[in-house]
Design a protein around this ligand. Structure first.
Ligand code: CA
Length: 448
């Protein structure tokens, strides 16, 4: 029995044992549906006129990666229902392009009202930069869903070439490929957002120009492993569990975790159509409270086994829980001679880290995404001057704070300002939100 099958066997055996105990306790009663649930489902709270949502319905999109866990858990553990959103639906999106198209039409047209986004997608949609015919669909950024839990995976064919966190050691090799006309190909799941930024930052820190030395392409998250197998690309950047799947399938290794590139970095966000939020402010806060409850639940190490079992389901990730669980616990097999990682602080996190709140949508982090967009020529340089106004329009940290107070989140967990302060990267670079230009000036490789 290999490690994977053994683990699967142990988990299955454990589940069977707890199910039989459950059945024994219910002898004489009609059998209830047997679930993998080991913690209680949240009970509905008593709603007041101030907290009764304008609607019980909402449709939120998600992508089957660790980032979506708070939305899935808010549904599965009863947190949406707890706050009156009894008909909240979470809807699996085929890829990021579909999520964008679906939010553009809204749930009334068969799409979605909002959901999980890479950054700065809500900004690009609000500005009409990635929508059909350039239509502006105003959106609000409401909360950050997670930090960390993403990685850069490399095909087995690239082993022994020093491809790791510090790419300066692989610079000659990568540039050599380019000179031979065999450019290294790296994939992201959607252009000009998180995954693209992580690849670019990582390469550029090692002196490799992502626009000249390699070629970049788009592959949907769920298809990355299949495409790596068939040799479509040599590297990809996406959310867990896809980089880890590569190790299981023995087709590659993980070169770097985003937790190494930028500890407690901003990752994906809850964003919704502005018209939906403006029409349903109490329902929006109910959704926020449910997501906050779910984030706290997800962040408890003792809940992560159950979390893995819930998101493993076919309707969610459709990946065995045994594959997911080690990554949820911060256990990463890196491969190609790098030491393995076993540290919960390196895992995906949902509520709090040593940098403070994960959930709170710091405006200073939105500013980094817009600044990085200027760095790579995705947005015109004028955005350096206009970003502040745009962020004030799109980022609704005010709603987050109101919801947090209603949910009786302790004051120590509610940030008082919109800046998380100075950000530090693995290569020693610094982003001071008070001076984004100084950050851009400090970078050797850029398009601005
Ligand atoms: Ca991601």
């Amino acid at each position: 029995m290999n490690q994977f099958n053994r683990r699967k066997f142990l988990i299955t055996a454990g589940m069977a044992a707890s199910s039989s105990i459950f059945l024994k306790g219910c002898l004489g009663n009609p059998p209830e549906s047997i679930s993998t649930s080991t913690t209680a489902i949240a009970k509905p709270i008593k709603l007041t006129p101030e907290t009764t949502p304008e609607t019980t319905q909402v449709k939120l999109g998600f992508t089957p990666i660790f980032e979506s866990a708070p939305l899935i858990i808010a549904k599965e553990k009863g947190f949406f229902a707890k706050y009156g959103m009894t008909d909240a639906e979470v809807s699996k999106q085929a890829n990021w392009g579909s999520a964008r198209d679906n939010v553009e039409i809204g749930s009334a047209g068969g799409g979605i009202d909002g959901g999980q986004w890479q950054m700065p997608m809500p900004y690009l949609i609000s500005e009409g930069l990635i929508t059909k015919n350039g239509i502006k669909v105003p959106m609000y950024v409401l909360a950050m869903l997670n930090t960390q839990g993403n990685g850069i995976a490399i095909a087995k064919s690239q082993m022994g070439k020093n491809i790791s966190l510090d790419m300066s050691k692989a610079k000659d090799y990568i540039q050599g490929l380019q000179k031979e006309g065999k450019k290294f190909r790296a994939a992201y799941t959607f252009p000009k957002v998180n995954q693209d930024f992580w690849i670019r930052y990582w390469l550029a820190a090692g002196g490799i120009d992502p626009d000249k030395d390699i070629s970049l392409l788009t592959v949907p998250a769920a298809q990355t492993v299949a495409n790596m197998k068939t040799g479509t690309m040599e590297g990809f950047s996406t959310g867990d569990p896809w980089p880890g799947r590569l190790i299981k399938d023995d087709i590659g290794f993980v070169a770097a975790l985003t937790a190494q590139i930028w500890p407690s970095h901003p990752e994906e966000y809850l964003g919704m159509r502005a018209d939906w939020v403006d029409k349903n402010p109490k329902a929006t806060k109910a959704i926020l409270k449910a997501v906050m409850d779910a984030q706290q639940w997800c962040d408890k190490p003792e809940n992560r086994k159950e979390l893995a079992q819930i998101v493993a389901k076919a309707s969610y990730f459709n990946v065995p829980a045994a594959t997911l669980e080690p990554m949820f616990m911060g256990k990463y097999v890196m491969g190609d001679g790098q030491p393995d990682i076993d540290d919960f602080n390196m895992a995906v996190r949902y509520w709090k880290t040593d940098r403070g709140s994960v959930s709170y949508p710091y405006k200073s982090l939105d500013l980094w995404f817009l600044t990085e967009s200027v760095r790579w020529g995705f947005l015109p340089k004028t955005y350096l001057e206009t970003s502040k106004n745009l962020i004030d329009k799109v980022n609704r940290s005010d709603l987050w704070k109101e919801a947090a107070k209603e949910a009786a989140i302790p004051a120590t967990d509610i940030p008082t300002g919109d800046s998380r302060g100075v950000e530090k990267f693995f290569d020693g670079k610094v982003f001071d939100p008070e001076n984004p230009k100084a950050y851009l000036d400090s970078l050797a490789i850029k398009k601005v």
